[in-house]
Each structure stands twice: as structure tokens, then as C-alpha cells.
Design a protein around this ligand. Sequence first.
Ligand code: 4AD
Ligand code: MG
Length: 460
Amino acid sequence: MRKTIKEILRQGKELAGETVDVKGWVRTRRGNKNVQFVALNDGSSIHNLQIVFDTEKFPEEILKSITTGSSLHVKGKLVESQGAGQSVEVLAEDLEIYGTAPADYPLQKKGHSMEFLREKAHLRPRTNTFGAVLRIRHALAYAVHKFFNDKGFFYFHTPLISSSDCEGAGAQFQVTTLPLSDIPKNEDGSVDYSKDFFGKMASLTVSGQLEGELGATALGLIYTFGPTFRAENSNTPRHLSEFWMIEPEMAFYEIEDNMDLAEEFIKYCVNYVLEHCYDDIKFLNDHFDHELIERLNFVVSNDFVRLPYTEGIKILEESGKKFEFPVHWGVDLASEHERYLVEEHFKKPVILTDYPKEIKAFYMKLNDDGKTVRAMDVLFPKIGEIIGGSQREENYDKLSARINEMGLEGMDWYLDTRKYGTVPHSGFGLGFERLVQFVTGMQNIRDVIPFPRYPKACEY
Ligand code: 4AD
Ligand code: MG
């Protein structure tokens, strides 16, 4: 029966003497006129299985067609390996070539640049690096569901097509079936959305939070985990136009409970991959980022610093650093400020709280000072903001005043949660790709999602 290479290598010498059946893609072939060695990988593990071909049994013209990238089915005896580098290998007895890969196969050599691989994103999952990243990504997704399920949270599905703008930043992709070359107009020249598919303006969601709050104020503890879309023109190593977000929302949670949950959640996820994906993490540590494992261990074993925004600003002002963007009370922090606090000042993850209300979304709970809101951003080394969240304004009058002040319309359904049986509640959003980036040490967020979308890039 066919086994995955991961399983064969796990059992290792226990299988010595048995015939194994493997299928996979050729990473390399080398050898001499007597014997040829093929490194076979089937995606199940970072490790290859060495297949040994005796040239007396397999004629040269057949072996020559086993090029890098070609796909094989091999049966043979598993034996202890003579060579260094692997403990077992397979002595090939039967060979079936599913498909050869001509010499123009783009992934010939090791060490292609990330930029080159991004242009070959349809093939890059076959490289060691992307294999490792994608296996870790899977494990993290599983850890997310396990963490919340074990804590009694319900996975709540919020819509991807939405008629509200959660973050109010106006960075939404519109969803329409109106003919773009002949848009129906009202008398005043505005678009007549009554003729559109939904009879009103609709967009791809930037966040499932507002609908998530409807779930939390009924089921108590919920989380969402789905794609979100942002049409900001951000060409940075930390922004995507389509990214996945995890948004827990908890009835009866105050901001402190929210911070405790966020810290426990991130540590759980990092621990999970250290425990379950060590080979992949080690590969990334050895090949790209020699401090990766150290950084991951550091994060799981240290308390995050909790600091009000106002104190954070004071630290930045007194740092004597020349920042590209000047800093004073009231500014939204740029990545350079966040990273100064985390990487240079505290040398620990920081949860920054109580931001000025002007720079945060309308739904955040106003503090007694009337100036700041109960926001919390979790700031991480190398990444900057990894989580954004807050306690929510549960007071009907204050929330509706804020909604009016900001000129938001069509929010009655949201206000109903405050009108009928309102409760204190809190939640946050973790950018899944930023978590994958942190855990893998990848420099660019475009390299932790199989098919990245960013301005001017929508391949496949
Ligand atoms: O801070 P944000 O905008 O918060 C919200 O959307 C809230 N509704 C969350 C909530 O309270 N339920 O986004 C949350 C997180 C950020 O901290 C960041 O990690 C990630 O989402 N994020 C992005 N990740 C990749 N590309 C982008 N363009 C991102 N924008 C935000
Ligand atoms: Mg944010």
C-alpha cells in the first residue's frame, strides 16, 4: 500500500526489509554510471526520500528522463542507508513515470529569489520553502479552530458580501452587476443602485466584526475565520488586498479579558507549530532567519507589555530617535514607531491601549476622559500590528451619537444589539497572514499565502 514519505521516514528503520510504494516529484538526480540517486518529495514533509536506481536494472535512457520536477511512482525495498544525510533509502524495483519535466522547468536550482518565485506562484508550492510555509499555514489554521473550540467558542459565519463598512475607512471593493459602460443614474446624477443586483450598494467585507457582534450577543462566545478584502493602495511587506482574519467576539468581556484572551491565543498558536511543525520551522530557521526559533520561544515564554497609548507616545518623544513620521499625541502610529517600542525599547510584544478616539473606529467604547477609547493593538517584533481590537461601546445613546457624528447610515440593525438587552462586550481581529509571517519569519506577506492579491496583482 502506498505510504506518504512523511510516514515512511517516521517509521524509518522499522520498515527495513519491507517493500514500499511511493509517489512524488523529483527534486534532484545525481550519481554515476553504476548507480543513480533521486531525491523524491511528495509534499507531506520537508524531507526527501532517497531512491537508489541500479543502472543495470534501469537503462540510461529511462533514467535520463527522470529530470527535476518529473513525477514518479516507485516500488522497492526500504533499507538502511549507507550514505550520510538519510537513515533509510529505497532500492528501486519498479518504476512508473507519470510525467517528465522538460529542461525549461523553472524550479531547477536551489536559492531562487522570492521575487522570482512570486512570478511563478503557480509552481512555488513545490519548493522547500513554500512547502514549509504552507504546511505551517495549515497547522496554524487548525490550531485556531482547536483553540476556540476547546474554549467553548462557536465558529460563526459572517457574510463576505456586505452592505456595511465596519472600519469606515472607505477601502472597500464594490460588488456590482451594473454595466460599467452604461451606469444607470438618478436624476441628481448619482448611481441608481436600485437597478443593481442587490438593489443597493454592496461591497466585499473588510471585517466580519459587526455581524460577529450579533452572534456574540446571542451565543456568548463566537469567532469568525474567513477572507476579508481591503482596497487600500498599500504596497508594503505587511499588506494584502485579500487576507484572512480571525475575529473572536465575546459577550461580558471587558478590555482586560480581551487582552488576556489575545495573549493566550497567540501563544497557543505559536506553541502549536513549535510542537507540530518543528522540521519545517527548523528548515526556515536554518535557511532564512537564524533567530526564528529563539524569537518564537521568547514570545511564548514572556508576558506581553501592556501600555496606554499616551505613555507610548511619551516614550517615543523621549527616545531622541529621528522618525520619518514625527510623533506627538494624536497621531496614528506608523510601523517605525510600533517597532521602536517593541524591538528597541521593551524588547517584548506590546499591547497598546486607550488610543485617541479620532484615529479609531466608531464602535470602540469611550473612556471616561471623553478623549480616548478602549482600543487595544498587539504589536509584534518584525511585524508591527498583528492584532487590532477593543471593548465595544454598549451604551445606545453614546453609540448612536457617534454614528451620527460620523455620518454612518443604515446602522439600525447594529444599534438594536444596544437597544435590546445590551451587554459589555469585546473582541479583536488577528490578521492570519501576519501570524503566519511571524511564525515562519518570511519577510514579505506576499510569500505566506498561496495566491497573493495586492495592487496591480491578481494572477490565477
Ligand atoms: O485593525 P483592523 O483593521 O481591525 C479590524 O478590522 C477590527 N474589525 C477587528 C476586530 O476588532 N474584530 O484589522 C485587524 C488585523 C490587523 O491587526 C492586521 O493584523 C490585519 O488585520 N490586517 C491586515 N493584514 C494583511 N493585509 C492588510 N491589508 C491588513 N489590514 C489589517
Ligand atoms: Mg488596526
